[in-house]
Design a protein around this ligand. Structure first.
Ligand SMILES: [Zn+2]
Length: 177
């Protein structure tokens, strides 16, 4: 994974862009989307059950696929009323947030790739270019020099581009209204 700090920023950036537009993101939908960005990494539980990393039910398997993201999007659409959003907005926000996790993971330089095309294929994929330092698994590992290196690389490769996109997107939505 990239770190959870970075994953949750993706829907935050989307919400910032949509703020003030005709379709702002509700607080509930944003909270659900932030949760959806970290949901895929609950699959590390697989390690506790002795499921190997390269198994489709292992880390970066099923939960890091477009199939899983579509499923979460559909759940969001069903719960749209509770999320104070339209079905379409809930679907795209949650499916997009979930898929963004695997998308960012595919840019990291360690571990195995993501099973992006499950259930069509079990193959693990990486992007052809992986500039992001892979995050250590576990909390204590963050408080090391390696943890600092990971955060710096995410700041540079993910957070900064996201901020630029958010500002540019905000500028565009503003100039439209
Ligand atoms: Zn992950």
């Amino acid at each position: 994974m990239a770190t959870i700090f970075t994953h949750v920023l993706v829907p935050v950036a989307v919400a910032l862009v949509a703020r003030g537009s005709s379709a702002p993101v509700s607080g509930r939908l944003l909270a659900a989307a932030m949760f959806a960005t970290v949901l895929p990494d609950f699959d590390v539980i697989a390690f506790l059950y002795g499921i190997p990393y390269d198994h489709i039910l292992g880390h970066r398997g099923v939960t890091h696929s477009l199939g899983f993201a579509l499923g979460i999007g559909l759940l969001g659409a069903l719960a749209a009323e509770g999320l104070k959003a339209s079905r379409t907005a809930a679907f795209f926000m949650l499916a997009g947030a979930t898929a963004s996790h695997a998308f960012l993971d595919a840019f990291t330089n360690g571990g195995l790739g993501v099973a992006a095309l499950w259930p069509l294929s079990d193959v693990r994929y990486f992007m052809p270019w992986q500039p992001v330092e892979v995050s250590p698994i576990g909390v204590s590992a963050f408080f090391t020099a390696r943890g600092a290196l990971v955060l710096l690389s995410e700041l540079y490769w993910i957070v900064a581009p996201l901020a630029v996109l958010a500002v540019a997107g905000r500028f565009i939505t503003k100039s439209k209204t």
